[in-house]
Design a protein around this ligand. Structure first.
Ligand code: CO8
Length: 257
């Protein structure tokens, strides 16, 4: 399939997608989100691909959902067209996803980055939920995922005032895992994605599922879930190979089953 709003690359076992509407600061219209979901799903089905990487350009990861596309919509349009479910589709991807963020990461684009599993930020990154300034509120999960990521007080400040966090503030708050100079943010994220992609794909998916379960359940339920997935890992050849390779002091060869 050819895409008009994203660029898609295969780099070894990493599937890389670049958001590509620079003239609109990568505003996420429904065409772009549909293409993104399509590309991610295709990678997710591909056994050769073990980690995904999502990024924009230096000026913007994304300036949010496309305001011009939404401006004239009524409540029933919003409800029945259900564009927001495209964000839910990204959350259903089982392959780990690294987001590399430079410049603006606002509104629906921050909500998209928070659905990814790890955020690497350039020093120039700016994170915000500015929807309050256009008379609405976050609609693709921001009130929930941001609050879990940075805590109630800072999430409230961001959502109620629209203030953007700098990269350093975002790291201090736990929203991003690392901050790197702008000229290195993409290569650093590629390096991280390649490192993740070198692990057992079975174990990666089980681990991602187990960590995400912490958002869905209380501690007892989450621990029980983790225990079941841990036991399930022992049904894989990769578990045998990983542990035998460790004992034999050699590198494991992952089979992905
Ligand atoms: N939507 C559409 N177009 C946009 C958007 C956007 N979110 N952001 C920027 N653009 C366009 C501008 O209109 C402009 O286009 P043009 O050159 O044709 O006039 C171009 O991108 C460049 O933008 P600016 O000239 O404004 O650039 P500045 O450097 O002056 O400002 C800002 C950069 C501060 C990022 C500014 O563009 C801005 O405030 N953008 C809007 C940010 C925002 O409010 N985001 C939240 C949107 S609402 C949302 O995300 C809700 C998600 C819920 C799910 C929705 C499901 C459908």
């Amino acid at each position: 399939m050819t895409y008009e709003n994203i660029l898609v690359f295969r780099e070894g076992a990493v599937g890389r997608v670049q958001l590509n509407r620079p003239q609109a600061l990568n505003a996420l219209n429904s065409a772009l989100m549909t293409e993104l979901v399509d590309a991610f799903r295709e990678f997710d089905r591909d056994p050769e691909i073990r980690c995904l990487l999502l990024h924009g350009n230096e000026r913007a990861f994304g300036a949010g959902a496309d305001i011009k596309e939404m401006a004239d919509m009524g409540a029933i349009d919003m409800y029945s067209r259900d564009h927001i479910s495209l964000w839910d589709e990204v959350a259903r991807i089982r392959t780990p996803i690294v987001a590399a963020v430079s410049g603006y990461c606002l509104g629906g684009a921050l909500e998209l980055a928070m659905i990814c599993d790890i955020i690497v930020a350039s020093e120039t990154a700016k994170f915000g939920q500015p929807e309050i300034n256009i008379g609405v509120l976050p609609g693709a999960g921001g009130t929930q995922r941001l609050t879990r990521a940075v805590g109630k007080s800072l999430a409230m400040e961001m959502v109620l005032t629209g203030r953007m966090l700098s990269a350093d503030e975002a790291r201090a708050a736990g929203l991003v895992s690392r901050v790197v100079p702008v000229e290195a943010y993409l290569s650093e994220a590629q390096r991280l994605a390649a490192e993740i992609a070198s692990k057992s794909p079975v174990a990666l998916r089980l681990a991602k599922e187990a960590v995400l379960q912490s958002f869905e359940s209380g501690l007892a339920g989450g621990l029980a879930y983790e225990r079941r997935l841990f036991a399930l890992a022992f049904a894989s050849e990769d578990q045998k190979e990983g542990m035998q390779a460790f004992a034999a002091k050699r590198q494991p060869e992952w089979k992905g089953r």
